[in-house]
Write a protein that binds this ligand. Structure first.
Ligand SMILES: [Zn+2]
Length: 224
């Protein structure tokens, strides 16, 4: 907390929506203690909403979500924003198509990140949601925009809405916060299944033409 933070209570409805989406992270076991966060752009304004730093998931209401400008500066809110705010801000500035982001240290996906190994596309659900492997991003220190630069460098031009930042965890993007939450849930699910498969032997890859067909069908039929 700093003395400059003020709470005017703007954007309450969307802050409530973002607060409630955090319950999906605990429901699917993607986060521990206060780690992890969801953010979403404010439509029509150069602002986004993000979880307050250190706010408990059980206590998270609209008041625990902070309104920031696209440089990560606080515009409204009683809580200091997440320590990942600069990364989210960099992604919103760099990728106009992104309107929602999620960050977790979900255990199976982060285990792949710790080994800096992409998750190979060996499940039809991966072809559907990620359009190929889930890529690995560079090692980056927390505290400036280097995480954001790593996310953008990895995801720009990629079909995958998820990146495994090396030695860190999962960052996902989407056309809404809800879509980014879904990508975070799916990333952990496929990380676990491919890990289990690896214990039994070598998973069988899906031919690229089949990956392309699955992805095209899923995005056209189920895409927004
Ligand atoms: Zn983190």
């Amino acid at each position: 907390m700093t003395a400059t933070l003020t709470e005017r209570g703007t954007h309450r409805e969307q802050r409530g929506h973002v607060a409630r989406l955090h319950a999906e992270l605990t429901r699917y076991g993607l986060v521990t203690w206060t780690s992890g966060n969801v953010s979403e752009r404010v439509p029509g304004e150069d602002l986004f909403l993000i979880k307050g730093s250190g706010v408990s998931y059980d206590e998270l209401s609209w008041e625990g979500v902070t309104v920031c400008d696209l440089d990560g500066g606080v515009v409204d809110g009683a809580c200091k924003p997440s320590s990942d705010t600069d990364a989210h801000a960099f992604v919103y500035r760099s990728m106009p198509e992104v309107a929602g982001q999620v960050h977790t240290h979900s255990p199976y996906a982060t285990a792949w990140a710790a080994r800096a190994e992409e998750i190979p596309c060996v499940l039809t659900a991966m072809a559907d949601e990620f359009g190929g492997p889930i890529p690995v991003g560079p090692f980056a220190l927390i505290g400036d925009d280097s995480i954001g630069r790593g996310i953008v460098a990895t995801l720009r031009g990629s079909r995958s809405p998820a990146v495994l930042m090396r030695n860190h965890g999962v960052f996902t993007v989407g056309p809404s916060a809800r879509a980014a939450v879904k990508a975070a849930v799916m990333a952990e699910d496929v990380a676990r299944t491919v890990h289990l498969s690896r214990q039994l032997g070598e998973p069988v890859p899906i031919a690229q033409e089949h990956v392309d067909a699955l992805y095209a069908r899923y995005q056209n039929v189920y895409g927004q």
